[in-house]
Design a protein around this ligand. Structure first.
Ligand code: SAM
Length: 406
């Protein structure tokens, strides 16, 4: 199947098809079975600009409206991460009178809280009203809307140019990325910087992290594809820096051409990606083959455990677990329940697979023989917390970077 690239109009070639998938955040009540919304999750790569993108778009109102439940501040690691970056901006780009920063996807104010405490003019933009209320309680100003070219033009008219525009884990969620980049062009001060961070395709491919592909994550970036998209919109990629968060991310810095020196990191990344074949269709097809292999290994393992009378539970009902459970055909017959700390999910069913979600207390009552760790990105923290499970003979099942028991 060939489609037109959203970024450059080139030909997009499909390399991986997950089939019919539910909305990843739609944990349903038992009475709602049969009323779920499904879409087709497939990803392709542009033969021209190499941008990896989904082939079907889920409406932004369905994904990020009032029902959107993700709150950034739940993670202590991320609170520290954003506080450190905000302090850095306050000491550098935002030092001096009259500075202004805009955050795209400000969620519950996890980043802008520190900026507001530093008494710097700011504006968060986020379409989720409940998240914006939580941010406002922290003293953060939020415009409840989707950032795109129109919104950015209005912000510029009302507030003037922004010295910093920042986005974390949001830009890749915007199928209309060209409109957002035109918006950044309209809003950014001449010497301003646009900084954003996103999960890195290099890590997803190297570690076969196929569950990082789900409804929200429309684009998967490499330095090469970001470099090309930036240039199309009149920006220069002046820095790229690896971050350990979310299983491997990169922080990109864009500026107007010639305004800032380009860090040597950018050339380093580009040559490393070339050597890895990142951006080559053949690399993506090899990744897809590994994903198919992981699916059959996981299904076989879980069937063998069930048939030999072993008790299995899931751990961590993440949004990403929709991709794994639905694509691998896991249901309550193979994974009878998933334990998750979020009270809002208890008594509900995982989207698509309809595996019941239980509170973390159920995990030790009694411990299962095996626990399938959906929240693998927090493996160290979870395994340390659940050391009694391991001491009692329990074993963890991981599926990233390959299916294995530890
Ligand atoms: N930046 C936070 C972080 O890294 O934890 C939140 C990331 S969350 C995964 C994505 C956020 O982007 C959500 O709060 C969502 O409501 C918001 N969002 C989605 N589309 C947006 C848009 N067009 N403009 C601004 N925010 C958007």
């Amino acid at each position: 199947m060939t489609q037109i690239c959203r970024i450059c109009g080139g030909a997009v070639h499909k390399f991986l098809d997950f089939g019919r998938q539910p909305l990843s955040h739609a944990f349903l009540k038992p009475a709602e079975v049969g009323k779920e919304t499904f879409y087709h999750l497939a990803v392709g790569i542009c033969a021209s600009c190499t941008m990896v993108q989904q082939l079907e778009e889920v409406s932004r109102d369905l994904l990020f409206g009032p029902g959107y439940s993700y709150r950034s501040s739940g993670s202590a690691v991320m609170r520290k991460h954003f506080d450190r970056l905000a302090q850095r901006f306050l000491n550098r780009e935002l030092a001096g009178a009259g500075r202004f920063v805009v955050e795209i996807g400000s969620n519950d104010g996890i980043f802008l809280k520190t900026i507001s405490e530093g008494a710097v003019a700011h504006l968060g933009v986020d379409p989720c009203p409940r998240a914006a209320e939580i941010a406002a309680d922290k003293g953060v100003e939020v415009l409840v809307d989707f950032f795109d070219e129109d919104t950015a033009t209005q912000i510029r008219a009302t507030h003037g140019p922004a010295d910093v525009i920042y986005a974390a884990n949001t830009l890749g969620r915007l199928p209309y990325l060209p409109s957002a980049l035109r918006g950044v062009d309209a809003l950014l001060a001449d010497r301003g910087v646009f900084v954003f961070e996103e999960r890195y395709l290099g890590d997803i491919v190297a570690q076969t992290r196929f569950d990082q592909i789900y409804d929200e994550q429309f684009y998967l970036f490499t330095v090469r594809s970001v470099h090309a998209a930036a240039a199309r919109h009149g920006f220069e990629l002046v820095d790229a820096k690896r971050l350990p968060v979310h299983g491997g991310s990169v922080r990109y810095t864009l500026a107007r051409p010639g305004v800032r020196p380009q860090n040597i990191n950018v050339a380093g990344f580009l040559s490393q990606e070339r050597a890895q074949g990142l951006g080559d269709p053949a690399t993506m097809l090899a990744f897809a083959e590994r994903v198919q292999h992981a699916r059959s290994r996981l299904r076989t393992l879980l069937r063998e455990l069930r048939d030999s009378g072993q008790r299995v539970a899931g751990y961590g009902a993440t949004a990403r677990c929709a991709t794994v459970a639905t694509y691998c055909g896991l249901g309550p017959d193979l994974v009878p329940y998933i334990c998750d700390p979020s009270p809002a999910k208890h008594g509900r069913l995982a989207p698509g697979s309809h595996i019941p979600i239980r509170s973390p207390k159920a995990f030790s009552d009694p411990y299962p023989d095996y626990a399938l760790l959906f929240a693998w990105n927090r493996a160290d923290e979870i395994m340390a917390k659940e050391r009694e499970f391991r001491k009692g003979g329990g074993r963890w099942i991981l599926y990233v970077p390959e299916v294995r028991i530890v």
